[in-house]
Design a protein around this ligand. Structure first.
Ligand SMILES: C[S@@+](CC[C@H](N)C(=O)[O-])C[C@H]1O[C@@H](n2cnc3c(N)ncnc32)[C@H](O)[C@@H]1O
Length: 181
């Protein structure tokens, strides 16, 4: 039976982060996995899309990077983030489902470094581009910042900002109209 919540699977990778979450950690100058419209919504000037493939781009030129990768390539994006951090020590924030923290592969990739783990006081309601809905997802997410030592921070999501998410959605629609999509 469907709960109506957003599930975590390959067909459902277009779940976008609400702007108020990104703003808590930003501003960012690069998003390696996004769409043109979502980059505008989040106010991130430099970005890569599925067409330009963020995994093939050079991330070292950017100071502060926001990554919410497509679910089917989480490890590839994490590997790239770790490699980039090791090269230039830039600020890289990475959103992932909390279950990834218990995956062997996650430990293997982050083993030589540390992460600052930001744990929200609730589940983030993503905006889903494919299904045009914004129900809370079935999985909890964390944001981690790649660094050299392990650290943990609990942070308050506040009340679930339904109206903020609606605003994000309206922005996307308006921008799509302006761009005549
Ligand atoms: C989970 S969404 C996150 C979007 C945005 N970063 C955010 O935080 O709201 C992942 C995005 O990555 C895009 N994507 C998929 N494969 C990609 C690739 N190889 N390179 C860049 N973007 C990709 C998808 O089209 C989707 O828009």
């Amino acid at each position: 039976m469907s709960t109506g919540a957003i599930s975590f699977n390959e067909q459902n990778f277009e779940y976008c982060t609400p702007k108020y979450i990104v703003d808590m950690f930003g501003p960012f100058d690069y998003d390696p996995a996004t769409t043109k419209d979502q980059a505008k919504v989040l106010g991130i000037e430099n970005y890569s899309t599925i067409e330009t493939n963020g995994l093939k781009q050079d991330w070292t030129q950017f100071e502060k990077i926001w990554v919410n990768p497509p679910s089917y390539q989480t490890y590839e994006f994490l590997e790239k983030a770790v490699k980039t951090y090791k090269a230039v020590k830039n600020d890289i924030y990475f959103l992932s489902p909390i279950s990834f923290l218990t995956a062997k592969k996650f430990h293997k990739i982050t083993d030589s470094l540390g992460v600052k783990l930001f744990i929200p006081s609730g589940r983030i309601s993503f905006f889903n581009q494919l299904h045009h809905n914004n129900q809370p997802p079935e999985f909890g997410c964390i944001i981690l910042k790649i660094q050299t030592a392990n650290e943990m921070v609990f942070f308050n999501l506040g009340y679930i900002k339904y109206w903020d998410i609606q605003t994000d959605y309206k922005l996307i629609q308006n921008q799509a109209k302006a761009l005549q999509y």
